[in-house]
Design a protein around this ligand. Structure first.
Ligand code: FRU
Length: 318
């Protein structure tokens, strides 16, 4: 009997040491990350940057769940993190409205919640980190106006391919762009609001329809690079890609910037992933630091003037 008690005691002690770590070691933090999808290269880069940053801190135990482009699945992933009493939750929500309740529940349960890249319909969370999509939309609008002849003189027919229309980046990329181009009476929009769901094949379909219905298209503004590429492929398949400018957003070196360098896209606008910054901010808070309500990531324009240099700097071309 005594021997059994001794064994139980030792086993308990072993478990305690494992969980608490050696005396003086840092506390262990469980961080749950709910990703919207992993179907686009931008999402894979996002996960990679997030994991790399988490790996720098042995105190962090990171659990990553893929929402598989399904808001209900993603809400269930957040509920799972609440149940396991994660120390912090990071989420990049597929859509705004359908994911707001789950995030609010986590926040109300006292768990710090970091909303990354796509925003919600209220700000009952700890912090938002992402690019300024309105600014990106306006920058793309200014680029389009310049390309089509300059302010006051711009003329041309434009196709816009939306990302997921229920997400804030698509809404902001749309409204920012229109803030600028709607001042130009010579610019005609050929498309009504649509939903390309950020996917290359949907970009292809929307463009194929626009090509069918319009003899003259001068510029395509797609809310991300994969859809701009899909639109380019549709134009190429009907032999009309040469006289059309394609603008995208994201600016991943191996993807959008390479396409700019190859002359497929005219320009792309950098949309940095919030993966590494998300972990940095969460870790800082968990260690007792103070953080801001919003962190805005920078952007830049990439076109034929700087694409080659960026590819060289990233070791993608020699
Ligand atoms: C990836 C993505 C990016 C885009 C971002 C917007 O899923 O579509 O291409 O910039 O999401 O949230």
């Amino acid at each position: 009997m005594e021997k059994r008690i001794g064994i139980v005691f030792l086993a308990g002690l072993f478990l305690f040491v494992c969980l608490a770590g050696p005396a003086g070691a840092e506390k262990n933090f469980v961080i749950g990350f709910s990703q919207a999808t992993t179907t686009e290269p931008w999402r894979l880069l996002f996960n990679k940057e997030l994991r790399q940053e988490a790996d720098r801190h042995p105190e962090i135990t990171l659990i990553v769940r893929d929402g598989t482009d399904d808001a209900a699945k993603q809400a269930a992933d957040v509920e799972e993190f609440i149940k396991m009493k994660a120390d912090a939750i990071l989420i990049s929500p597929k859509v705004a409205a359908a994911l707001t309740p789950a995030v609010n529940r986590a926040f109300d349960a006292g768990i710090p919640v970091f909303v990354l890249d796509r925003d919600l319909i209220n700000d009952r969370y700890t912090q938002f980190i992402g690019g300024d999509n309105k600014l990106i939309g306006r920058t793309a609008g200014e680029y389009a106006v310049k390309y089509l002849g300059g302010p006051g003189k711009a003329a041309g027919n434009v196709v816009e391919i939306w990302g997921g229309s229920a997400s804030t980046p698509a809404q902001d990329r749309h409204s920012g762009f229109h803030e600028i181009i709607d001042r130009e009476p010579g610019i005609k929009m050929l498309t009504k609001p649509n939903d390309g769901d950020w996917k290359q094949d949907k970009g292809y379909e929307i463009m194929a329809e626009a090509l069918d219905q319009n003899e003259k298209i001068d510029l395509v503004y797609a809310h991300n690079d994969p859809m701009a590429y899909g639109a380019y492929m549709a134009a190429k398949d009907s032999g009309r890609e040469k006289n059309i400018a394609f603008l995208g957003i994201d600016g991943i070196p191996e993807e959008g910037i390479k396409w700019v360098h190859e002359g497929i896209l005219t320009a792309t606008f950098l949309y940095k992933t919030p993966g590494d910054e998300g972990i940095r901010q969460a870790f800082h808070l968990l260690k007792g630091g103070k953080i801001e309500k919003r962190v805005t990531l920078p952007t830049m324009t990439v076109d034929k003037n700087n694409a080659e240099k960026i590819l060289r700097d990233n070791g993608i071309i020699k």
